[in-house]
Design a protein around this ligand. Sequence first.
Ligand SMILES: Cc1cc2nc3c(=O)[nH]c(=O)nc-3n(C[C@H](O)[C@H](O)[C@H](O)COP(=O)(O)OP(=O)(O)OC[C@H]3O[C@@H](n4cnc5c(N)ncnc54)[C@H](O)[C@@H]3O)c2cc1C
Length: 276
Amino acid sequence: MREFEYVAPKTVKEALSLLATYKEKATILAGGTDVVVRLRDEIIDPEFIIDIKHIDELNGIKFDKKEGLFVGANATMHEIQNDKNVKEFYPFYAEACGHVGSKQVRNKATSVGNLCTASPLGDSLTPMYCLDATVVIEGPKGKREVPVREFITFVRKTVLERDELVLGVKFPYVECKGIYTKNARRHEVDLSNIVATILKIGDEYRIAYGSVAPTPIRLVKTEEFLKGKKIDDKVIEEAKKILATEISPISDLRATKEYRVSVSQSILENSLKALG
Ligand SMILES: Cc1cc2nc3c(=O)[nH]c(=O)nc-3n(C[C@H](O)[C@H](O)[C@H](O)COP(=O)(O)OP(=O)(O)OC[C@H]3O[C@@H](n4cnc5c(N)ncnc54)[C@H](O)[C@@H]3O)c2cc1C
């Protein structure tokens, strides 16, 4: 591993100034659970590591019913999983964060880091997709907000510029019932074969899947078909057929394409039956 300079700014302003100076030579470090692995494996080779963990402005989780939920960039999976408001109003997001890695990983890893890594199987992402969350970004030109569905553009690619920092993620407050499902080979410390969140809001459904395409996706055709329908066996069978046309999983070390399609359909069936 090449030597790098470690810098630990105390304010967002200071971090932005460092990013503006070092640009592509710098890598932002939050919990480090992706960055350190990628450094060790020499996938990345930065000259500067900018550790944002000491920036208090990026801490915390805020909620009220009017503004919704704001998850700061430094909020860890453990903090989100155990936050009183997340557990009450976004239980599927609490569960998602509780399924990342192990307890040790969750004590360091952030949900914003999970988002910025832009893996199609990021465990905390499908709740963001279902709720049409917004990514709050700051850069040299000021703040901007990007809908989460536009933030990740491909595997490990986002719209973030090299001199920008994600401040946090905003979730609207919506009265809904939701189910989060992770399918993996082991109960802990395993990446998802399939991950999904399905919400029922009034007589509509929001359906987001991970590990079925280069980015997490919303299954908009399946959602449209289910809108206003009473759930019975015939509707479920039709919905499963539509789902299969919307996903394009690959075969890899963890699962085959066929297995992923079949599991995705089972998750849909189980969730629809549970949500009614
Ligand atoms: C043993 C182990 C098990 C794991 N299991 C899982 C799992 O089950 N499910 C899962 O989804 N993931 C898993 N992961 C991956 C990892 O824990 C997550 O992706 C984690 O959420 C990343 O967050 P972090 O704070 O550690 O990010 P970091 O590693 O610090 O950063 C990740 C990326 O995001 C960028 N970044 C971070 N914060 C910001 C910001 N505020 N603004 C701009 N860019 C930023 C960094 O530059 C880097 O590119 C596992 C990792 C390990 C080591």
